[in-house]
Design a protein around this ligand. Structure first.
Ligand SMILES: Cc1cc2nc3c(=O)[nH]c(=O)nc-3n(C[C@H](O)[C@H](O)[C@H](O)COP(=O)(O)OP(=O)(O)OC[C@H]3O[C@@H](n4cnc5c(N)ncnc54)[C@H](O)[C@@H]3O)c2cc1C
Length: 408
């Protein structure tokens, strides 16, 4: 069977990996670089930085208990993981900071301060338990935004910032994210066991997949339309060329689907009509100002910041996440923090096009999963699962199951 995969991010490349042994697979990526949100400087992203600096500017870490299929894939590919401490600090707009147990351990503040931090931690835990109680009935989440379940308590604002981190939705809009997507992720965060990153950067596992693929992989592939008939699929490219396939897999963000479908059914218009693009960016930088300004120097694994007037963002500590020594230059990955990061400290600005998760768009996910394969058309993408790497892998496995491909 000839299968075209539109999109060379995690979902597209893992789908290709799973189908490549049984089918003739072609990957079509519109950007000049593969990987989607997997962006490793000096990996898939060429930079003038010294080559030992393999810094992640997108996907960066994985939780082992909640990402079982991804861990299986890493094993199968022989990828080496590195444990990272799951530490985080929440800097609130009113000047307070809230440390996780790991951050406290790392900060080693004098005892009077530690006691205050411990009391604060207990309060945050209680608020976290209240959030879990409010959200423990899965059915009550359907069709509602996360904001319906969040109060103004510090833990709830911290959870909102974690949601910004998970789905790259700006903090100003994060309360609109569907509760059915965000709440299971937040419960998993609250009970996370162990976090890992990949030695050599997140790109390493996709690079291994790429090295073993039989089928062609085209970057700079500019598709203009996808037409289906009874026997298969015709893809048309910007230059007017056409190519025939038996099946097509959309592994691009869902806002692209209707833009490409020449002949969408009414059901497809309904399922994909509400999806919009979310265009954001991350900054790889060496700025310590966000910490110096707050007079607290505990760069933990990822720190979340309220910036006032409803704005906020995060800064991930790349030295720890990417295995660089702590006593050398300090590297960070920031999102939503442009007003705090001085331009002269920015090493790389990485654009990202992600799905804009809204209740209206997300409500069609279960129908899209249930009808996957209709009209020779399949869909893969993290957005069909938990919105993270595990979701991307599970969606690729679902496509592989439908087409008789490899399982992990
Ligand atoms: C900044 C950032 C950090 C993240 N960090 C983590 C993390 O640490 N851990 C984690 O688990 N998840 C993280 N995520 C979530 C991440 O989105 C998913 O884990 C996963 O990488 C998404 O993969 P995907 O293949 O579904 O989508 P994408 O990575 O978006 O891949 C889709 C691909 O389709 C291509 N495409 C788009 N339109 C077309 C078209 N018309 N024709 C052809 N190709 C097209 C795109 O260029 C892209 O390459 C992060 C996301 C972002 C944005």
């Amino acid at each position: 069977m000839r299968v075209a995969i539109i999109g060379g991010g995690s979902a597209g490349l893992v789908t290709a990996y799973l189908l490549d042994r049984t089918h003739d697979v072609t990957v079509l990526e519109k950007q000049p670089i593969l990987g989607g949100h997997v962006r490793t400087l000096n990996g898939n992203v060429l930079t003038p930085l010294p080559s030992h600096l393999r810094l992640d500017a997108g996907v960066i870490e994985f939780e082992t208990r909640n990402f079982p299929q991804l861990m299986r894939l890493f094993d199968e590919l022989g990828c080496e993981t590195r444990p990272v401490r799951g530490t985080t600090t929440f800097y609130s707009a009113d000047g307070h900071h809230h440390l996780s147990p790991g951050s406290m351990q790392r900060a080693q503040h004098p005892w009077p301060q530690r006691i205050r931090e411990l009391v604060d931690l207990v309060g945050m835990r209680v608020q976290g338990m209240r959030f879990e109680q409010r959200t423990d009935v899965a059915e009550s989440l359907a069709g509602r935004p996360l904001g319906d379940f969040l109060t103004d308590a510090p833990t709830d604002r911290w959870l909102a910032l974690l949601t910004t981190y998970a789905y790259s939705i700006p903090y100003e809009r994060v309360r609109q994210v569907p509760a059915a997507l965000a709440v299971p992720m937040l419960h998993a965060f609250l009970h996370a066991e162990s976090w890992v990153s990949l030695v050599g950067g997140a790109w390493c596992y996709l690079d291994r997949i790429l090295a073993g693929l039989r089928g062609p992989v085209h970057t700079d592939a500019h598709l203009t339309s996808v037409a289906r008939d009874e026997r298969g699929v015709t893809l048309t490219f910007a230059g007017g060329e056409r190519a025939r396939f038996d099946k097509v897999v959309f592994a691009c963000p869902p806002d692209q689907t209707l833009a490409l479908l020449a002949d969408p059914s009414e059901a497809e218009v309904r399922r994909f009509g509400a999806w919009r693009a979310n265009h954001v960016h991350t900054l790889v930088h060496t700025d310590r100002q966000p910490y110096d300004r707050r007079k607290l120097d505990v760069a933990t694994e990822f720190d979340v910041f309220e910036l006032g007037s409803g704005r906020g963002g995060y800064n991930a500590y790349l030295n720890e996440l990417c295995g660089l020594p702590a006593d050398g230059p300090q590297y960070g990955l920031a999102f939503g923090m442009d007003e705090e990061i001085r331009p002269e400290t920015v090493l790389h600005r990485q654009p990202h096009h992600t799905p804009d998760y809204t209740v209206e768009a997300y409500r069609w996910c279960s129908e899209i999963r249930a009808t996957n394969g209709e009209r020779h058309t399949l869909h893969a993408g993290a957005w069909l699962g938990n919105g993270l790497q595990e979701g991307a892998i599970c969606s690729a496995l679902a496509v592989s199951d439908r087409l008789g491909g490899h399982r992990l």
